[in-house]
Design a protein around this ligand. Structure first.
Ligand SMILES: *[C@@H]1O[C@H](CO)[C@@H](O)[C@H](O)[C@H]1NC(C)=O
Ligand SMILES: *[C@@H]1O[C@H](CO)[C@@H](O)[C@H](O)[C@H]1NC(C)=O
Ligand SMILES: *[C@@H]1O[C@H](CO)[C@@H](O)[C@H](O)[C@H]1NC(C)=O
Length: 690
């Protein structure tokens, strides 16, 4: 497939610019061609479309679900005539998935425990980097079995003498009749008094046959033929090992491209289906996540999806794009229990050009079926055991509008009780989010029993909302909160503003990628160009002598505000602090009504300290400093945001002068090339009451 596409597009510059489209076009062409060829081979006019996701496949309708133990006590297979899934027992790893004549879609060159498995990255307090624990179970049992469904369980009870992560483990797998895939979830639990640990990452991993799966799809417009795992080994690691320049790829067309798994990250709210396609035979392997309730950090937390390997992940917890500001620490023997999943590994086949669309349809089916009624764990509540919350969020900001406004499209969610905005740092509880309609009306369904706070933020409006009352959900609760009024942070009238308050830096200037360091997927990709490697270094190229200067009223933040405030490269891997300057006119300083306010909203911070000075660059003490903040690493990981930081800074009127004023924003910490901040939004407000 790559060779075919490669031969076609080598020749013209126009084609190079349009690579992603061409990839898809030739991919499609190849599929039609190969489909026709195989159909001809079968003596049929065209390939039969098989859609085993539904109960349509006649040959399978008579096939009940079976548990098979073939002599080997360390193997268990469950089979519904469509897929047959084999586990190591009692470990509970997925070692084989048989589908459509492929004996195993997982990589058989890998050891049994390196094909389909759960793992936890954990450490004891103070240890820098902990080990991976593959959650090896010690007991196997069949939870339920009839003609329609089998659910199996691999468990382990932790003992204080164990060297493993202190967790009781219950890994579950469900195979249903007529279903073209396997459901999986894990119930993880630590009891009160167990040792203090950090659990920075919990995920499930699938490693697919390298010789089969070459095309990866993350979304409608993020799909491509991928390099091979060995291309990374023959390539050159860049500023960190995850980013590799492909110098000797098997497909020469990839030479000079950068591969980095973080270029395929996605916000959790959009991460519902991703996976890989094999061209011959035409088979898709998809990770479907029907709910976001068991993930961490709220709906815009970003995480990995699929990447070169071919690897498919489901990230339940990770410090990606948050760093250790995400609360992954368990202290003072605190107990914890969480159900991760179920998620659905879906396989499809037929006509390769339709596999992605079919996978999306299946994803919608799974989302509509949530919460699943077929899960046999008392820790997984059914729909009638859950509750709902309805209400309407209204905005009150008389500096925008004398009247109340609808909080249109607000993100509204329940998460464990905490401070305003604390949901983005929470890794322990369940979260339930929705997006309100145009009038700020929201309805959150299927909420698990528990005590929560209701949080919200509104695209286009700075700050975070928290409802002051705890929300306690009981089985069958239907709470109507009525109208909730949100007073966003505001001290006085807007004098000027930079950016759009939406928790990202996407509206600012994202520079062109280095031609020698491209991921061609993102060439001419207007919404995702920030995913290219090395854009941080473009700051020094763009502002070689003088740092960024922004003139309010003249400059345009889409063009003139660099997406990331990083340090300046001074050669030899050394860096210098940078100071951005905002110039603005204030005809007369109002001295009668108190302080002005400088609102500073950051979309990301990594090893950064932002100092703010008014009108005196050399003032020994800044008016304000954030102090050292952030570990979200979003600049290095090609995210356009990490965690959100909001500072409302009082500006005494003696800091200001009649006429021309300047604000200096200094990035003082010079640890490395991609440390710094991304701004979300900046606003200067006059004194209250003006
Ligand atoms: C598939 O078959 C099962 C049992 O025969 C049935 O309960 C289920 O509703 C069917 N699903 C669809 C999508 O037809
Ligand atoms: C809300 O719940 C939290 C956690 O359960 C508790 O600490 C807090 O006191 C409660 N707040 C109110 C106002 O009841
Ligand atoms: C960079 O470091 C090397 C070796 O440490 C030194 O020879 C060279 O002069 C340095 N270059 C600059 C620009 O400082």
């Amino acid at each position: 497939m790559e060779k075919r596409a490669g031969r076609q597009y080598r020749c013209s510059a126009w084609r190079r610019r349009n690579l992603p489209i061409l990839f898809l076009f030739f991919f499609f062409f190849f599929l039609v061609f190969s489909g026709a060829a195989s159909a001809a081979g079968n003596g049929k006019t065209h390939a039969r479309r098989i859609n085993p996701g539904r109960n349509s496949s006649r040959s399978n309708s008579g096939f009940g679900v079976q548990l098979v133990r073939r002599g080997d006590p360390q193997r268990v297979t469950i089979d519904n005539g469509i897929v047959a899934v084999t586990f190591s027992s009692p470990d509970g790893d997925v070692i084989g998935i048989k589908y459509k004549g492929i004996d195993n879609v997982l990589e058989t060159l890998n050891d049994d425990d390196n094909r389909g498995y759960w793992d936890v990255v954990w450490s004891k307090p103070g240890d820098q980097r902990g080990p991976f624990d593959k959650l090896r179970a010690t007991d196997f049992r069949v939870v339920m079995q009839d003609d329609e469904q089998i659910e199996v369980s691999f468990t382990k009870k932790w003992e204080p003498s164990d060297a493993t992560v202190p967790l009781n483990i219950d890994k579950r797998y469900i195979l249903r009749r007529g279903s073209s895939g396997i459901y999986m979830y894990a119930v993880l639990e630590r009891l009160e008094g167990w040792p203090d640990v950090d659990m920075d990452q919990i995920r499930v991993v699938f490693k697919l046959q390298q010789k089969l799966f070459h095309f990866m799809a993350i979304s409608d417009d993020r799909q491509r033929v991928m390099p091979l795992a060995k291309d990374r080994i023959t390539g050159r690691p860049l500023a960190y090992p995850e980013a590799v320049l492909l110098t000797h790829p098997s497909n020469p067309e990839f030479r000079g491209e950068v591969d980095d798994k973080y270029q395929y990250s996605c916000e959790d709210k959009d991460n519902k289906v991703h996976g890989w396609i094999s061209e011959e035979p035409a088979v898709g392997f998809w990770m479907i996540t029907p709910s976001d309730e068991f993930r961490v950090g709220g709906p815009i937390k970003q995480d990995l999806t699929s990447h070169v390997g071919p690897i498919v992940l489901n990230m339940f917890t990770s410090t990606h794009y948050t760093g250790k500001d995400l609360n992954t620490a368990y202290r003072n023997g605190e107990p914890w229990k969480k159900v991760l999943g179920p998620v659905f590994v879906y396989l499809n086949s037929g006509d390769t050009s339709t596999l992605w669309r079919d996978a999306k349809e299946q994803m919608h089916t799974e989302v509509k079926s949530w919460p699943y009624e077929f899960v046999n764990s008392e820790d997984y509540p059914a729909a009638h055991q859950r509750g709902s919350v309805v209400g309407q969020l209204i905005l009150r900001d008389r500096y925008i509008n004398e009247r109340l406004m609808y909080a249109g499209s607000a993100y509204v969610g329940l998460a464990i009780p905490g401070d305003v905005g604390s949901w983005q740092r929470d890794a322990k509880g369940y979260q339930f989010w929705t997006q309100a309609d145009r009038k700020g009306r929201f309805f959150i369904d299927n909420i698990r029993v528990g005590t929560y706070n209701l949080y919200a933020w509104v695209p286009g409006i700075m700050g975070d909302y928290k409802y002051s009352v705890n929300i306690t959900i009981q089985p069958g609760s239907k709470m109507d909160l009525g109208m909730l009024v949100y007073d966003p942070p505001r001290n006085g009238p807007t004098l000027w503003e930079i950016g759009i308050p939406d928790r990202t830096a996407a509206e600012f200037h994202v520079p062109e990628a280095y031609p020698t360091l491209m991921n061609k997927l993102y060439t001419n990709h207007p919404t995702d160009s920030f995913r290219q490697y090395g854009l941080w270094s473009r700051y020094t190229d763009t502002y070689p002598r003088q740092d960024l200067v922004y003139d309010v009223g003249v400059s345009n933040f889409f063009e003139d505000w660099f997406f990331a405030h990083v340090v300046r490269s001074a050669g030899n891997n050394t860096f210098r602090a940078t100071t951005w300057r905002i110039n603005f006119d204030l005809p007369t300083v109002d001295k009668s009504k108190g302080d002005y306010t400088f609102q500073l909203a950051l979309a990301s911070a990594a090893e950064a300290e932002k100092q703010v000075r008014f009108n005196d660059l050399n003032a020994p003490e800044p008016l304000f400093s954030t102090g050292l903040i952030g570990k979200d690493n979003a600049i290095a990981r090609h995210g356009i945001h990490g965690l959100y930081w909001l500072y409302s800074i009082s500006v005494p009127n003696n800091q200001l002068v009649d006429g021309r004023n300047s604000i200096y924003l200094t990035q003082t910490r010079t640890h490395g090339a991609f440390y710094g901040v991304m701004y979300d939004y900046i606003r200067l407000e006059g004194p209250r009451g003006t």
